[in-house]
Ligand binder design. Structure first.
Ligand SMILES: [Zn+2]
Ligand SMILES: [Zn+2]
Length: 471
């Protein structure tokens, strides 16, 4: 057996690589890049949790390892098995349309009952006279946590945002402190008392005065995992609480240490980001609380509902794994959203049919192919100008084409939702087509002519086919 992943040193990776190339390994286990293991004749490729967005590499060489596995298998006549409890819309559509074979497991392991999920409508607490500034844990969830503690059971609370607050906001003029390298707000981290950019790592001490109105009215606004822990400590001072996110897991081995303490019942409540949703198996966890289902739902991304459904189902699966029945509480301001209702009812089928109906109407994958052409440059005006020229060029190419131009839609150029990232200004052109063949041809033509437009402009073009990062 050989292992390939990015935490290996260069030397270790080299040794594994050579062993595989020499035919000394029958099985390779690894993360995304293990797909490129130098097997001469792979017979079987298994992609576990195939829906996981981390199979998509966004930087440098952009590829989706799951879809690339299908291509690699085709070349060598190998078989691919995609496994998931919450399949991606893309793969499931391929299965129901007959392109892939479909194998289902209708029963849970040991015939265990799925956890009981309750959706809490947070709008009903907003205007109540007892609502406090820190009411990020609703009364029903508070009660469930209290009960779990009293029975000496364990709970997991999930929130997909680290830090203490989402923004550092001026209560007078509404200005928030932003990153100078990225056009995003900085997140307040109470531990260490600083403001941090989650995109580029920029860090400063919180200023006293608002940079716009100069008043001393700056305060943290919104919430992250740090604040959930703070609130828990106020409400349940005796509870043993630990936090698991990228900030607390910076040191090597810390993840294992926290999970070990949790599995030995040295922790009552584990608060964390996505890290806590992944595959862990703790039989004494009988309560899972989702602090806000709205964070992922409100992303400007056509996959927002899919990602939310998957997240909720995955995190719900962390409870009820032993003989004790599990309970899940989902807090949301969108209690009627179809993704939340389907997750509550463990109804993948209903979610899939609703989601595919929408995608078909709006012409989104899997019913079309999408490519994002992103232009990145140091100067805003220059990047804008080049994006305009690129847009015009695409228009010209389409005009010349006899076939397929009616099947292609070009959106943009527009400024990306995150207009500046790590010092680079960003413009984007989104291209949609019902026929991948036409899109590929167009992208080839664009790529061929791009050098002329880009030359010595200092602007870079990135072509991302099937983008996962739309911002
Ligand atoms: Zn202000
Ligand atoms: Zn930044």
């Amino acid at each position: 057996m050989a292992i390939l992943h990015s935490a290996l040193s260069m030397g270790e990776r080299y040794d594994q690589w050579i062993r595989i190339a020499r035919g000394e390994a029958d099985v390779v286990i690894g993360a995304r890049s293990a797909l490129f293991a130098p097997f001469s004749r792979p017979g079987l490729i298994i992609i576990d949790e195939e829906h996981d967005p981390s199979y998509k590499q966004e930087k440098k060489f952009c590829y989706q390892a799951r879809d690339a596995a299908i291509v690699r298998a085709k070349l060598t006549n190998a078989l691919v098995v995609l496994g998931s409890g919450t399949p991606s819309i893309q793969s499931y559509q391929n299965a129901v349309s007959g392109r892939y074979g479909l194998l289902t497991m209708p029963e849970r392991i040991l015939k265990r009952k799925p956890p009981d999920i309750t959706v809490i409508d947070m709008t009903s607490f907003e205007d109540s006279p007892t609502a406090r500034d820190d009411s990020i844990i609703s009364p029903p969830l508070r009660m469930e946590i209290g009960e779990s503690l009293a029975k000496r059971k364990q709970a997991i609370l999930f929130l997909n945002r680290r830090g203490f607050s989402a923004l550092y906001l001026c209560r007078f003029c509404g200005e928030s402190i932003r990153c100078p390298n990225c056009e995003v707000s900085l997140t307040y981290h109470k531990y260490g008392n600083n403001l941090l950019c989650h995109y580029c790592g920029f860090r400063i001490q919180p200023p006293n005065r608002c940079p716009l109105c100069n008043r001393e009215k700056l305060k943290p606004y919104g919430f992250g995992t740090e604040r959930v822990v703070d609130t828990l400590k106020e409400v349940f001072p005796d509870a043993r609480v630990e936090r698991m996110d990228r900030d607390t897991m910076r040191h090597k081995g810390e993840v294992q240490r926290v999970l070990r303490r949790f599995s030995q019942y040295e922790t009552d409540i584990l608060v964390g980001t996505q890290m806590v949703t992944k595959g862990h198996d703790f039989p004494k966890v009988t309560l899972v609380g989702v602090i806000s289902a709205d964070l992922s739902l409100n992303c400007p991304d056509f996959r927002a509902a899919e990602i939310t459904f998957q997240l909720l189902s995955q995190v719900a699966g962390r409870t009820g794994r032993g003989r004790l029945p599990g309970r899940v509480i989902i807090q949301t301001f969108n209690p009627c959203h179809y993704a939340i209702i389907a997750a509550r009812d463990h109804d993948y089928g209903r979610f899939f049919s609703h989601e595919t109906r929408l995608r078909r109407q709006l012409n989104y994958p899997p019913f079309s192919s999408i490519a994002n052409l992103r232009l990145l440059g140091n100067s805003r005006t220059k990047t804008e100008k080049i994006a305009q020229q690129m847009g015009e060029r695409i228009g010209k190419i389409l005009k010349r084409q006899s076939k397929g131009k009616n099947d292609i839609a070009v959106l943009g150029p527009v400024e990306a939702a995150i207009a500046k990232l790590k010092g680079k200004y960003r413009q984007q052109i989104l291209i949609k087509s019902r026929r991948p063949r036409y899109l590929n041809q167009l992208l080839k033509d664009v790529d061929r002519g791009s050098a002329q437009i880009l030359s010595s402009s200092g602007v870079r073009l990135m072509i991302d086919v099937d983008p996962y990062q739309m911002m």
